[in-house]
Structure formats: C-alpha cells, structure tokens
Write a protein of this length. Structure first.
Length: 569
C-alpha cells in the first residue's frame, strides 16, 4: 500500500528522540501551543494538517464551517501557531490533508459533501504545481474518487505516499461501513486517473483499535501517519461510545498493534479527534514534531474546544548504532508474480539507517523504464537511503546507473564500519578498486557486498569461483562480513578462509537473494553452512556496533527465521 517514498526517507533519524507517544500525550510539556486555533481572519482551523513549506515556514490546510457548509482553506505560518489565511481551496469540503512534492508542488486531498456519484460523500485529490497556485486556488489537475466500499460515504483521506510524477498515490481513509459507522480503508491511484482507483478494507487495523479500547460499534479511522524515530507510526481516532463526541480518543499504532493514549491538557480536556503529527524543523531550527487535535466541545475543558496545535523538539541522546537491511533479486517486470512490495513493506515499517541491494534489483535486463515502473513504487521508496550494487540482470551499463546515480564500485563509512559495494560482473575492475580502497584502511569492522556468491548451497547457481579474488583480498584485509544474492535463498555461513576452512578470523557470508523475484531450491549443503531458509521471501537486518554485529533474517510474514551476533575480527 505504501507506494514510492523516495523523497522523504533520507531524513530518517540518526539519534534517539523523545517517543512520539510522549509528545502527543503531554501538551503542557510542549514548547508552544494554541487552543481554539483560528487564522488571522478568525476562521476556525478545524482538522488542520501542517507540513513544511519549501519556501520557509509552514503550510496548513483545514476546514471551516460557514453558513451551513464546510470550506477547505489554505494558510501559511512562520511559527506554527499564528496562521495567515491565503485561499479557499474547495467549498462543500472538509478533512483536508496536504502532501509536499518536489519543486514546491503539492497534493491536497479532502472529503467532499457534494458532486459525488450517487450522492453522499467521496474524496477528491488536487495537484498544485507551486506556492502561487496554492495561494490562488489554481489546481492544475484534479480527480474525484468514486466510492468503492460504502454506499454512503468515504473520506478523511491521508496521503501515505506519492511519486513526483503522480504515477502512484497511496491513501488511507475512512469508509462508512454499512452506512452505520466509520472503518479503516486503503486505496491506490495510478497515473492520476480515476479509472485506476482501487480500495480495500483494513479489518486488522480496526480489530487492533478495538482491542486497545475502542467500542466495537464505534467509529474508527486513522487520520495521519509518518516516520518518526526510525519507525512508521500512525495516529488513529476512535470512539469509546458510538456517536458520543466526548468519547473520542487517540490511538497510536506502532509495529503490530495500537495503544490508547492518555492526553493531558492544561485544563483537563478528555476528548480528542482528527489527530495529525508531522516531523519537521521547528521555528527554533531544532528538529521536532508538530501535533494537531480537534477537541469536541462536549469533551473540552473551558477555553480549550476547537483545534489544538502544539509542538516539541526531539530530545537528543546518544546516537544508536546504525542498522542496515539487505536483499537482492528484487523487482520484476512481471509485477504480479513478485513479492518486492511485501519485502519493501518490511523496511518501511521499521526503517534501517541504510538499505543495501545485492544485485538484480530490476528484472529482466534492468531497463530504466522498468526501474521507474516497478522498482520505484516499492523498494524505490527507500531510494534516499539505498546503497545499491549491480547484478547480471541490471549491470552498470543498464538503467541501474541512471536510476541510482552510483558508480560500479564505491565505499562509505557507516558508524565505525567500512562498507564496500562491488560489481561482481567485472571482477578485475572490482579488484583494482579494492586494492586502492583498502590501502591504509583503519576501520576494525569491514563489510563488503556484491551479487554473485563465493559460497552457496543454492541448487540453481551454487559456489562461484569467479569471485574468489575478491574474497582473497578482503580476507587479507581482515574483513568480517560479505553479503551476496544471485541464488534466491537465504543462507548463513560460519566465518571461513578463502579455502572454505572454518576460522574465527575468517569472513562470514550471507546469501540473501530473497528480495522478491521467484525463489530457488536448496541444493547440496556446502561446507560451513550454518543456516538455510528456502521458500521464504525476506530481508537481512543487521545492527553495526563499534566492534560487533547482530543479524536477523526477517520473512515477509514478519517472522524472524535466523538471528545471532558476532564480534569483528
């Protein structure tokens, strides 16, 4: 569901931060706040969603109830609490959200109360190519999404991802189940074409919110989400009693479950709906989070009803050790047979510091058009933190170099570690690069990765003697870990010498060809093979400590099939 997010992941947190739950729950502890928020013209800013402005300051969309109708409006701010009205974006519309695109463009999605096929409520998305366009309500493109799940209403959209070309837009939204109560749904729009709109229910999310305390017959739906402190987190609203506005509560979903939040305000308000949060740079220049809530009158303390805006900086702490996630043999032009969306969702759900690809990123021959069409909407969401390596299906001469903008061989430091990406299609050139790269290298811990495995128990390819010179050089330099793909299996070897003799001073190899392309069978078990997993798509996760490393192989079902730790040489 998550589509392409390459624009927003490069800023994944590199240090510990105040838990999002603490920020949302503790209004008195915030740096600044405003109850009953209105713009400078006195318009109430109900269900405000805030994002950074590429021109400085902040953008916000919201709705105001005027003369019996809702109107979606646009405003800007320099300090997050004082908002200057700019334009009316849509009449008979509410519950808007905004999503930034490159070059100052943006998408605005909202629930509309008029003009829907069959009456009722539906959703519209509009594209604004510039700040000028927003301020003049001059959308250059727009699409209204016909209801798919309810005969009555679908709305309160949240844009979870969007490509810059608008080829793929992912939404979360509410649908009015059986025309009785709100439930959670997801949808995909391709090519900004209404005919491609598809939607599905999300009963597991509903069940999780109910398990956390919402009424089984009450209204439920997420309002907003994003990445904070290395994890995908979402805020939901849910009723403890059906149609009792004083019973609205927030629920925070992290990982596989939800927690009901206990929000504290200055006066003791108890009802909170339509929550949003946005990690951004605060007016002080610090990294932080802005939160918005709608406090219904029936659940509000005196003077606190209406829209609440508050923010708080992240609290810096010791930097956690960096993490990586890796796999090869990923995306296919025959997209319906690939599991690259499932494996990419694992990483989106818990972002590593860097993503390493182990070759054959895009089948069948790595055309740039296929990278854009198939790799980009799934693994391409992590492009900003991806350090790739080429494979035989996508050599450097293919669309690989154009898409990733990386040389055939390169290296970088991550924490205390030195990481090396090599092109195993051209071993002599990779050897030459290694010779210069390793000269004078002082890192204790070294990890290299490429496509063709030196050792493998896969039935399709198995051991590859052509890469032995790379192993020889790395062993001589005291390297610790080699990651490879090519065989579509998962396998872990004990540390071993170039002659395949087990040795504590040897290199540990992982074969992780499980990124999405069809899987291979296991064959003859090679010497020093410690763990093998066949028939499971997944990714290898590693935590790179200063003098050691942890690993775990996580299947697409979220289950850990292999794990362990070891010290560096």
């Amino acid at each position: 569901m998550w589509g392409a997010l390459a624009l927003s992941l490069a800023g994944a947190p590199a240090q510990a931060a105040t838990p999002l739950r603490t920020i949302v729950e503790d209004v008195p502890g915030s740096t600044a706040y405003r109850y009953g928020t209105k713009d400078r013209l006195g318009n109430s800013m109900d269900t405000l969603k805030v994002v950074s402005s590429p021109y400085g300051g902040y953008r916000g969309v919201y709705h105001t109830y005027v003369n019996g109708r809702y109107i979606v409006k646009y405003a800007t701010s320099l300090d997050l609490v004082d908002w200057r009205y700019r334009a009316d974006l849509a009449p008979y519309a509410s519950h808007a959200t905004i999503y930034n695109l490159p070059g100052g463009a943006s998408l605005v999605a909202y629930e509309r109360q008029a003009g829907c096929v069959g009456g009722g409520n539906c959703m519209t998305i509009r594209y604004y190519e510039s700040e000028w366009a927003l301020r003049h309500a001059a959308a250059s493109r727009g699409v209204t999404l016909q209801r798919k799940l309810s005969n009555c209403a679908e709305g309160t959209p949240s844009i979870t991802s969007a490509t810059s070309t608008l080829s793929n837009i992912q939404l979360s939204f509410h649908y009015f189940k059986d025309c009785k109560t709100d439930r959670q749904a997801r949808g995909t729009l391709q090519g900004f074409d209404a005919a491609t709109w598809s939607a599905s229910t999300a009963p597991s999310l509903d069940a999780g919110i109910i398990a956390a305390g919402a009424a089984p017959d009450g209204k439920i739906g997420d309002r907003d989400g994003g990445f904070y402190d290395g994890a995908n987190q979402r805020l939901f609203e849910g009723q403890l009693v059906l149609n009792d506005f004083s019973s609205w509560r927030n629920f925070l979903w992290v990982g596989g479950g939800a927690t009901q939040l206990a929000i504290r305000t200055h006066g003791g308000s108890r009802a909170f709906a339509n929550p949003t949060f946005t990690p951004l740079t605060l007016p002080s220049g610090q990294s932080g989070v802005v939160v918005t809530q709608f406090i219904p009158l029936s659940g509000a303390a005196p003077g606190e009803a209406g829209e609440l805006v508050y923010y708080r900086p992240r609290d810096p702490g010791p930097a956690p050790p960096p993490t990586i996630a890796a796999a090869g043999d990923i995306s296919c032009a025959q997209n319906t047979t690939c599991h690259d969306d499932e494996t990419s969702n694992l990483m989106v759900a818990s972002l590593p510091t860097r993503v390493l690809t182990l070759g054959d990123n895009q089948y069948e021959s790595g055309q740039l058009a296929n990278f854009v069409s198939y790799y980009a909407p799934d693994w391409g969401r992590m492009k900003g933190i991806t350090m790739p390596s080429p494979g035989n299906h996508d050599p450097a001469s293919s669309g690989y170099s154009q898409y990733f903008g990386k040389p055939s061989n390169y290296s970088f430091d991550l924490g205390a570690w030195h990481l090396i990406s090599l092109d195993s299609n051209d071993v002599p050139t990779a050897q030459s690069f290694l010779t210069s790269d390793l000269a004078g290298r002082t890192n204790r811990c070294i990890l290299a990765y490429w496509h063709h495995p030196r050792f493998s128990s896969g039935a399709t390819h198995g051991n590859n003697a052509a890469t032995a010179p790379l192993w020889d050089q790395l062993y001589a330099a005291g390297a610790d870990v080699v990651l490879t793909g090519h065989d579509h299996i998962y396998e872990r070897f004990a540390p071993q010498t170039p002659a395949a003799v087990a040795s504590p001073a040897g290199i540990r190899e992982f074969v992780v060809g499980t990124g999405g392309r069809m899987l291979h069978q296991l064959g003859t078990v090679r010497a020093n093979s410690e763990a093998r997993v066949g028939g499971i798509y997944g990714i290898l996760r590693m935590t790179l400590h200063a003098a050691s490393y942890d690993w775990r192989f996580q299947g697409e079902d979220g289950v850990t099939y292999d794990s362990g730790s070891d010290a560096c040489n």
